[in-house]
Design a protein around this ligand. Structure first.
Ligand SMILES: [Zn+2]
Length: 252
């Protein structure tokens, strides 16, 4: 979810589906996971207030449980590989991520575009809120947490992308959910496809602002169905990112 001042503050984040992903991308994911986590610094204005900087990046993570910070750094590596594979902009050089135990209702992650900051619900808090019927409800808390990191980092990566109309909220959520889906393991993507059922007959109808706000699960499933039907999901996401395909409509 991207936090856009005055617009998106109530948007939930959720999702999942099946996507065919090239083998080399899968290999990159595994390679990213094997990269060790180095070190840390400290300071933080939060309750449990420890922090570290992910190795070879400018991502600063505030955490209560260092294992969760390690998950963030691993997921960030995956995100970098995925974004590079899809010819997307990289994760910003400086980014603050805070792992929290509570967020506004319906949210599991938030990207605050105004100051380049991300808040994430911890895996244990995610587990408490888990809805097995939701698109990503079949994932365990750890896998869901990692996918939410990818979602929010996708928002951060495209944060400076111009929008030709008032806002590109639907397009940006399509990209963030799309990257989240592409980041799932092959097994999870297969399960997601099974759980989500057949692709919608007219998925574009569900890729709307109204659906995003009022029926976010349906929006997410539509993103999955739409990308699953695409010959080249990366290329389509790129067209949405470049605003050559605009899923948003001008409001009057
Ligand atoms: Zn989002």
């Amino acid at each position: 979810m991207r936090m856009v001042p005055a617009i998106a503050s109530d948007l939930p984040i959720i999702l999942v589906f099946q996507i065919d992903k090239p083998d080399d991308l899968e290999r990159m994911k595994h390679a990213a996971k094997s990269i060790a986590l180095i070190a840390a610094i400290a300071c933080a204005p939060v309750a449990s207030a420890d922090s570290l900087v992910c190795p070879d990046s400018g991502i600063h993570v505030e955490y209560g449980d260092v294992e969760n910070a390690t998950l963030v750094c691993g997921a960030a590596r995956e995100a970098e590989a995925l974004f590079r594979h899809c010819d997307f902009p990289p994760v910003p050089e400086k980014l603050d991520i805070r792992i929290v135990e509570d967020l506004q209702k319906g949210c599991v992650g938030l990207y605050h575009c105004a100051d380049g900051r991300i808040e994430l619900l911890s895996p244990s808090a995610l587990e408490d809120r888990r809805d097995p019927e939701a698109p990503f409800g079949f994932l365990d808390a750890r896998a869901f947490f990692e996918s939410v990191v990818i979602h929010e980092l996708a928002h951060a990566a495209i944060g400076e992308t111009p929008c030709p109309i008032d806002d590109c909220l639907v397009s940006d959520e399509y990209i963030a959910y799309g990257m989240q889906i592409l980041s799932l393991s092959a097994e999870a993507r297969r399960t997601f496809g099974t759980a989500a059922g057949e692709p919608a007959a007219a998925p574009y109808d569900d890729l709307s602002r109204i659906m995003l706000f009022l029926a976010p699960d349906r929006f997410v499933r539509a993103v999955g169905a739409h990308l699953a039907a695409s010959d080249d999901p990366c290329a389509f996401l790129g067209l949405v990112k470049d605003r050559e395909i605009l899923l948003d409509r001008e409001r009057f």
